[in-house]
Design a protein around this ligand. Structure first.
Ligand SMILES: [Zn+2]
Length: 300
């Protein structure tokens, strides 16, 4: 995986830059995923995570989950840009790690699935005391937390020619938008506005109810079951491209207007993917940092 080669580039720490038109789950999506994850951490993992976070966030992982989007435009971090997504062959609705996980120059492992495996490995080595001290583990934690969110956004595992829906220009109700952005942000923001008084806390509580004793509670064990992380991550990418085909791209053409019907039928998928991301991020962090020390079979 050459993780040291590119891991070494992950040094230093730059905060609070803003990026226009970032291409990822919106700030809200990442915040929800990370808050769900942090709420499910076992004591040991919670402590390890807090130790890696800078003091000023006061132990709140979600405050920095959008950080990888903020720094990707900087020269130093430009190499991380392909780590936010996967381009798959048009209309195939499939993901194959060896075929699809590379950057534009064909460098292997440079995609969101490769990044999750790589940063999990770095954190595991650090936990076991065999890590490379040149690597910055705070950054590894933030990248991992962000990318587990991204891989669950269905259009982050999208078709190559439309850049995961980014080039499909359309209207979202009256606003100009594009298909990718509808899934990154529009649906979440409109759900907040229409159903949760614009209060992220209320939306979070609703998601938590759904997976604790609501519509998803029977599914949670299967969502979070994972013995071989590499297979699990590939499976999450496959889920995404399948949801992208069946729900995101379905019936959509450039230039059209998406409104109530699309919103009502797709919003449950957006919410489910956010919850799955949070539950699976907690699963990784609990396995890496938890008391059981079980760890994964070869994470990379
Ligand atoms: Zn991203």
């Amino acid at each position: 995986m050459g993780r040291l080669a590119w891991g070494c580039l992950v040094m230093g720490f730059v905060m609070f830059l803003t990026v226009p038109g970032a291409l990822a789950w919106s700030k809200e999506g990442h915040e929800l995923t990370c808050r769900i994850a942090q709420s499910l951490l076992e004591a040991e993992a919670e402590e390890a995570v807090k130790k890696l976070l800078p003091d000023y966030v006061e132990g709140d992982l979600s405050a920095l989950c959008v950080w990888p989007d903020r720094i990707r435009i900087l020269y130093k971090y430009r190499w991380t840009s392909p780590l936010h997504y996967i381009n798959t062959p048009d209309n195939e609705c499939s993901f194959d790690y060896s075929r699809d996980c590379h950057n534009a120059n064909g460098v292997k492992d440079m995609c969101v699935a490769g990044a999750i495996k790589n940063f999990t490995s770095q954190l595991q080595d650090y936990r076991q005391g065999t890590g490379d001290s040149r690597l910055n583990m705070t950054e590894a934690l933030l990248f991992l937390s962000h990318f587990v969110g991204d891989i669950h956004q269905p259009l982050h595992v999208g078709f190559t020619s439309d850049e995961g829906g980014n080039t499909i220009a359309l209207r979202w109700f009256r606003r100009k938008s594009n298909l990718h952005h509808v899934w990154d942000k529009e649906i979440i923001v409109d759900a907040l506005k229409d159903y949760y008084e614009k209060d992220l806390e209320l939306l979070l509580e609703d998601l938590q109810r759904n997976y604790t004793d609501g519509i998803w509670s029977d599914d949670v064990p299967s969502w979070s079951h994972c013995e071989d992380l590499s297979n699990c991550v590939d499976g999450w990418a496959k889920e995404s491209i399948q949801v992208a085909c069946r729900w995101a791209y379905k019936g959509v053409e450039a230039g059209m207007t998406l409104s109530d019907e699309y919103f009502n039928t797709r919003m449950p998928w957006v919410m489910k993917r956010i919850a799955q991301g949070g539950i699976r991020l907690a699963m990784i962090l609990n396995q890496v940092f938890g008391a059981s020390q079980e760890g994964f079979v070869a994470a990379a």
